[in-house]
Structure formats: structure tokens, C-alpha cells
Ligand binder design. Structure first.
Ligand SMILES: Cc1cc2nc3c(=O)[nH]c(=O)nc-3n(C[C@H](O)[C@H](O)[C@H](O)COP(=O)(O)O)c2cc1C
Length: 179
């Protein structure tokens, strides 16, 4: 099954991108497709601009990427308690194609930050609004203190508690015969 992963951040060094991709490796039988938000650059959304240009190609491409996946793992970066501007902007554009941006795909929501909060605030916002956007939300996990639990040498989350949470979340995306 094809699992689309992305960090909801346009940082080249995004720890959320790393976490989403690592978690996809825990889905039994996954074929992993990594999306980089910085490849989906768009002007700031406005209704006026939409009247002029319609649905921009980057928004269509993002929407189609989700449509082509069997499952989605997205990890939310937290900026000032909320979504990064880059993700919110891309999401707003995509929602004008169809409000069900996630197209009822089985989805795991993650969030991480270097601090102890684990981006829990943005994760709560994303969970709360998931039913409005066609998200078939299977699991949601916040991983606090990313650099304490991630081993850059192995490229893995090594903390046993965080790893157990991520394995359980990943397995919700596997077909029953692969799990
Ligand atoms: C503008 C800005 C605001 C931030 N606000 C928060 C915050 O509210 N909560 C938090 O845990 N971390 C916050 N951080 C730190 C981010 O969690 C950290 O930069 C993290 O690496 C972002 O995820 P990413 O690497 O996937 O982009 C903020 C960082 C920036 C640049």
C-alpha cells in the first residue's frame, strides 16, 4: 500500500518530515512516498487572488498526491501554538478544490517539537477539525523533546515509549493481512 508522508512545515531540516517518514517505515508492507512542502510554494491565499487565478497547479498537485495514496501520515510542526503558515496556506488553497482535502484516506496525525510540549496544541487543533476535511483519522501521537528520543546515527526513534506509540499508530494503516 502506498503511504504518503509529509511534515506540515517548509523547513528543509524539518523534524516533522523526519518523524512522518520514519513512522511510515513502521507500516507493514508500505511503499513510501515522501512529499516535501517546500515543493508546493504558493502565494498567500486570498479570495480575490482565487478569482483571478483559480486553482493553482501546486494546490492541484498536493490534492492529487493525497488522492493517489492509500494512506497518509502527516506530522504537524507548531508555530506559535498553531499550524505553520506554509501548511495553512497550502491547505487553504487545496480546500478550495474540495473541502474534503484528505479524501477520506486513512490517516495518522503526528506532531513533534524540540521542547516538552510536543506540538500538542497544533495536534489538538488538527484533530478537532479533522471531520470537516475528509480525514479518516486512525491515530494521533505527539512526540515531545524530539532530539532526546531520536537517534541521528540510526535515523530512528529509540525511546521505547515513543516508539511503541508510533508502532501502534503505524499499524492502524496496514491492511489486516500485513499487520
Ligand atoms: C516562528 C516559530 C514559532 C514556534 N512556536 C512554537 C510553539 O508554539 N510550540 C513549540 O513547541 N515549538 C515552537 N517552535 C519551535 C518548533 O517546534 C521547531 O522550530 C520545530 O523544529 C519545527 O518543526 P519542523 O522542524 O518540522 O519545522 C517555533 C518555531 C518558530 C520558528
Amino acid at each position: 500500500m502506498k503511504i504518503l508522508t509529509f511534515g506540515a512545515s517548509n523547513a528543509k531540516t524539518s523534524i516533522n518530515k523526519v518523524l512522518a517518514r520514519f513512522t511510515a517505515t513502521l507500516v507493514p508492507g508500505a511503499e513510501i512516498d515522501v512529499l516535501d512542502l517546500s515543493d508546493y510554494d504558493l502565494p498567500i491565499y486570498s479570495e480575490d487572488l482565487e478569482k483571478q487565478i483559480g486553482h493553482p497547479p501546486a494546490a492541484k498537485a498536493f490534492f492529487e498526491k493525497i488522492g493517489s495514496a492509500d494512506g497518509v501520515i502527516v506530522s504537524f510542526a507548531e508555530h506559535n501554538g498553531s499550524y505553520t503558515a506554509a501548511y495553512k496556506n497550502l491547505f487553504d488553497w487545496a480546500s478550495r478544490i474540495d473541502q474534503k482535502v484528505f479524501q477520506n484516506k486513512p490517516t495518522v496525525y503526528l506532531a513533534t517539537s524540540p521542547g516538552p510540549g510536543g506540538a500538542a496544541s497544533v495536534l489538538a487543533a488538527a484533530k478537532g477539525s479533522a471531520p470537516f476535511f475528509g480525514v479518516d483519522l486512525k491515530a494521533a501521537v505527539s512526540v515531545p523533546s524530539f532530539y532526546d528520543v531520536f537517534d541521528a546515527k540510526t535515523g530512528r526513534i529509540e525511546d521505547p515509549n515513543a516508539l511503541a506509540d508510533l508502532i501502534a499508530a503505524a499499524e492502524t494503516l496496514a491492511p489486516p493481512e500485513a499487520a
